[in-house]
Design a protein around this ligand. Structure first.
Ligand SMILES: [Zn+2]
Length: 280
């Protein structure tokens, strides 16, 4: 199903004047590289150095949802950025929250609803088991000023779903979050970063107000690009991308090395979606 009518017009109305810097993390843990085939884990010490660097540069982190709610004020402050954690790992609560709290940073978490409070493995990780945050931890994050959004019910690639299943993934995940946590879940992080016009329309209809992907040809509120930070983004590369962003004064489509990562990211996404469900 394609979006009826003026997609470009709709996009132009919702496109932000400037995309904020949004960092995309998954797990913060000192894992064995052998158990992390897609390099999504960041060591706590590395995460600490990255956050301390940003803090030393005068940056502060606030949830991306606040940018939407208070866009004008935040847009005028270039030393503001957002941190997102996909999948809802317990190690984010254990390792990232304490540091962020010390630095005065607040972030957003996008848990997979069916995984909340469970321990299990992703198919590609073999026998390696991970603990996912439960509702108690998610409520504690809310109390700390963090935001919780949707990452779908079962971590499915949304563009591949038929209409009713797509609507269920979007609506049910949002309603469960709101029933359990109160408040309003306004953001969705698309599993694998996969999104198309059909997904955007369904997300709007489900009541979301912004959507997070990884790379976006034409960023808008439902295609906000993020800089994916994983095991292979060392401090040197991290600093280089920050300098690129700083030099341009904004995060445009190809800033932060996203263009250079485009091909490999697409190959990785295709591999994940066609072979087996995985992290995004
Ligand atoms: Zn994911």
């Amino acid at each position: 199903m394609d979006l009826p009518g003026s997609v470009s017009e709709r996009r132009s109305r919702s496109r932000p004047a400037r995309c904020p810097l949004i960092l995309s993390y998954h797990a913060v843990t000192a894992s064995d590289p052998a158990g992390d085939p897609y390099g999504m884990d960041v060591r706590p010490a590395v995460f600490c150095r990255q956050m301390r660097l940003l803090a030393a540069l005068g940056f502060r982190a606030r949830p991306i949802e606040e940018w939407l709610e208070d866009g004008t004020a935040l847009d005028q402050d270039r030393r503001w950025f957002a941190i997102t954690f996909d999948d809802g790992y317990q190690n984010v609560f254990d390792n990232a929250l304490p540091l962020c709290r010390r630095l005065g940073f607040r972030a957003s978490v996008y848990p997979v609803i069916s995984r909340i409070g469970t321990t299990g493995s992703w198919p590609q990780e073999g026998s390696r088991r991970r603990r996912f945050m439960g509702w108690e931890e998610l409520r504690a994050l809310c109390s700390a000023g963090w935001r919780i959004g949707s990452h779908g019910m079962e971590h499915r690639s949304l563009p591949s779903l038929e209409e009713r299943r797509l609507a269920w993934e979007l609506r049910r995940s949002r309603s469960v979050l709101e029933e359990e946590l109160g408040g309003t879940a306004t953001a969705i992080s698309y599993p694998y970063g996969h999104v198309n016009d059909t997904v955007v329309l369904a997300a709007r209809r489900a009541g979301y107000r912004l959507g997070l992907t990884l790379y976006a040809e034409t960023p808008d509120l439902f295609r906000l690009p993020r800089l994916e930070v994983g095991r292979r983004v060392g401090m040197g590369r991290f600093v280089l991308r920050l300098l690129q962003w700083w030099w341009r004064g904004c995060l445009a489509t190809d800033m932060m090395g996203m263009a250079e990562d485009r091909a490999s990211s697409r190959r990785k996404q295709e591999k994940r979606s066609h072979v087996r469900p995985a992290e995004s």
